[in-house]
Design a protein around this ligand. Structure first.
Ligand SMILES: *[C@@H]1O[C@H](CO)[C@@H](O)[C@H](O)[C@H]1NC(C)=O
Ligand SMILES: *[C@@H]1O[C@H](CO)[C@@H](O)[C@H](O)[C@H]1NC(C)=O
Length: 233
């Protein structure tokens, strides 16, 4: 799948429920931060919180959230809330956090280098303020648009290299694979955690999508999951 077709396919998925009757957004943030109590996720007030998360991909080749060429970021956030979600699982590639060249690439350049000129034109119409913005700031703007609709965000580390997930042979599958250097991964998690440390609606991180592939190994799995738990505490 080309980046361009993935971009519009995911957008289509995101916008598909548009035919459903729009309800007024009735989301409000629970008392934060969240924690666990036995098997439950609870708010700071001890009340149970049920997460209803939509997926919003921001880990594909452009390293920017899908759909920005089609609708204003605030409108997409409003639509997510109107569909009844109180949370978004926002995906990101490790390099967005660890590769300064990528992070500082303006959205327009990122789309242009992939030949996505229609998307450039679409972003210019629908999100003009984001067009010349560095990718890492575009990512922040998405989080901020969701915050303004009281939607919680779980930052989801999907891949190291920006691109479609998941294949068993894409070098992103397991600790030690070509593009899955555990130190780089921890650096990325740590950098993302720092960026959003004081951002109230960012309630959690999912640490890596779908460990997979021929190099899976239980002892390495435990080793890195432990380090990471320690790092994020
Ligand atoms: C960092 O990102 C830039 C822009 O995408 C890319 O050209 C470069 O190869 C990346 N560096 C590494 C070490 O992956
Ligand atoms: C898992 O990886 C460790 C460290 O590289 C190695 O010592 C061990 O033999 C591997 N185990 C399996 C089952 O491959």
């Amino acid at each position: 799948m080309t980046a361009a077709s993935a971009f519009s396919l995911l957008l289509a998925l995101l916008l598909l429920p548009a035919a459903a009757p729009a309800r007024a957004a009735s989301v409000s943030l629970p008392a934060l931060p969240l924690s666990t109590s036995s098997r439950w996720v609870v708010g700071a007030d001890g009340r149970r919180v049920k997460l209803a998360c939509a997926n919003w991909a921001s880990h594909l080749e452009p390293a920017a959230a899908e759909g920005l060429a089609r609708r204003a970021v605030g409108d997409i956030a409003a639509r997510v809330a109107a569909m009844g979600f109180n949370c978004v699982r926002l995906t990101w590639p490790t390099y967005l956090a660890t590769n300064a060249t990528l992070a500082s690439l303006p959205l327009r350049w990122s789309l242009e280098r992939l030949g996505m000129l229609e998307s450039v034109a679409g972003v210019r119409v629908n999100n003009p303020a984001l067009l010349e913005m560095p990718l890492i700031d575009v990512f922040r703007e998405v989080v901020s648009a969701l915050a303004s609709k009281d939607i919680m965000v779980i930052l989801d580390n999907q891949m190291t290299t920006p691109g479609w997930c998941c294949s068993k042979t894409d070098g992103n599958g397991f600790f030690g694979d070509k593009y899955f250097d555990p130190d780089e991964w921890l650096k990325g998690l740590s950098a993302m955690a720092k960026i959003f440390k004081n951002t109230e609606n960012v309630v959690g991180m999912s640490l890596r999508n779908e460990l997979r592939g021929p190099n899976q190994n239980i002892s390495l799995w435990y080793r890195y999951i432990d380090i990471k738990a320690f790092l994020l505490m």
